[in-house]
Design a binder for this molecule. Structure first.
Ligand SMILES: Cc1ncc(COP(=O)(O)O)c(C=O)c1O
Length: 405
């Protein structure tokens, strides 16, 4: 099935500014339906949850529907959906909680492919209890995180394996299912960073084997909300620090303070938006999501091929990573140009991209770009089109050094 990208683009007010938004990996725009859902929540009147009046009940219903929406998006259970401000905050919270059962004979495995938000919280929690950190290494030539190395990395001492479902810098999708399987054989838990993977195709947390799956709604057309999805049974056994009077139920005990109800309404609307991307999709919302996100994946991969082949064909461009399985995100540098300079030039040509290490701190070290300003990152999401990619390629071509094609 082919996405009707013109129709989809028309639903995003921000795209009317004429820029090519190739910065989706850092955050997407939101469609009108999400803006309306947030606005309607406020217009309708909200109260804090648990009160005896209708506005409070409305907030309660928003929370329930948001959990259900995220569960549908990733194939989880609504009562295992922890909501919070962003993935980083929730990951620190879970690291703090999980590490209470670690000792100085424990081990955790992190990877150099990951965004630092799925590295540092575990490394710091391990340091507090004297646990050992082991590292999954990336092949600098291909950008791959081989799953075979996890045979050696995971042992009976391993408590937790943290790994990304897709790199936010070079797109690499490691074999998470194989890594989780190995972890489970030896009794370890797997914390999967799905922040970059979720917008780019169907997600099934059960098939991945993720004990915890983290995602951020602002990467998939929603507001600035994070979520971690786990099985309610697993969460029952964990006890984070919490206020005495706040709910000790699951998942509420992991949620600190008052939730941003209007943004949660927007988050549920974003999931509905994703489910509607392929209008011919039928069945439950979960089924429509799987169909729509498969169409998204096909559309994005065709655009990504255009982006990547265009960049690789230019003699003055160095791209990083060539894993066979990738999300549609790449990073590159231009001969003799600092990444920030390239990003500024692209901005002048109406193209939004990021420059720097994009918080993929360890990976930027492996690629030897961390101390030289990182790289330029560009990626596509479902609302990008060929015109966006062509504009980037033309602007990059303008920066060829004299004599370099
Ligand atoms: C792969 C990945 N993981 C984690 C994060 C952190 O997410 P948040 O901003 O929700 O804390 C990001 C943000 O860019 C990301 O791309």
């Amino acid at each position: 099935m082919t996405l009707d990208v013109a129709r989809i683009r028309a639903s995003y007010p921000a795209l009317a500014d004429g820029y090519a938004y190739l910065d989706g990996a850092a955050g997407t725009q939101v469609p009108g339906s999400v803006i309306e859902a947030i606005s309607n929540a406020y217009v309708g009147g909200l109260g804090n949850v648990g009160g005896a009046f209708p506005a409070s009940e409305r907030s309660g219903r928003i929370v329930v529907s948001c959990r259900q929406a995220i569960a549908d998006l990733v194939g989880g259970e609504p009562s295992g959906v922890i909501l919070g401000p962003n993935m980083t905050t929730l990951t620190y919270r879970l690291a703090e909680t999980l590490s209470r059962s670690w000792g100085n004979d424990s081990e955790v495995v992190v990877s150099r492919l990951d965004h630092d938000a799925n590295v540092r919280p575990w490394v710091q929690a391990a340091a507090r209890v004297g646990a050992t950190v082991r590292w999954g290494e990336v092949d600098p030539a291909t950008g791959e995180l081989g799953s075979a190395q996890y045979e050696e990395l995971i042992s009976e001492r391993t408590k937790l394996v943290a790994v990304t479902a897709a790199s936010n810098l070079i797109g690499t999708r490691p074999d998470v299912a194989a890594i989780c399987k190995k972890a489970h054989q030896l009794g370890a838990l797997c914390y999967v960073d799905g922040v970059h993977a979720t917008p780019h195709g169907p997600v099934d947390v059960v098939a991945l084997g993720a004990d915890f799956y983290a995602t951020s709604a602002y990467k998939w057309s929603g507001p600035h909300i994070g979520a971690v999805v786990a099985s309610p049974e697993l969460l029952e056994g964990l006890h984070p620090d919490k206020l005495r009077p706040s709910s000790d139920g699951v998942p509420e005990r992991f949620e600190r303070g008052t939730l941003p109800f209007a943004d949660l309404a927007g988050t549920a609307a974003a999931v509905d938006h994703l489910a509607s991307l392929e209008p011919a999709a039928t069945g439950s919302r979960r089924e429509r999501l799987v169909t729509s996100m498969s169409a998204v994946e096909a559309h994005e991969m065709a655009l990504f091929e255009m982006l990547l082949s265009g960049l690789v064909a230019m003699g003055h461009v160095t791209t990083y990573g060539k894993a066979p399985l990738r999300a549609p995100t790449t990073c590159f540098n231009l001969a003799g140009r600092r990444p920030v300079e390239v990003a500024r030039h692209l901005a002048e040509r109406g193209v939004n991209v990021w420059n720097g290490d994009n918080y993929a701190y360890e990976l930027a070290g492996v690629l030897e770009i961390r101390d030289s300003g990182g790289a330029v990152r560009a990626g596509v999401v479902h609302y990008n089109n060929e015109a966006d990619v062509s504009r980037l390629l033309e602007a990059v071509a303008e920066l060829a050094a004299p004599g370099v094609a």
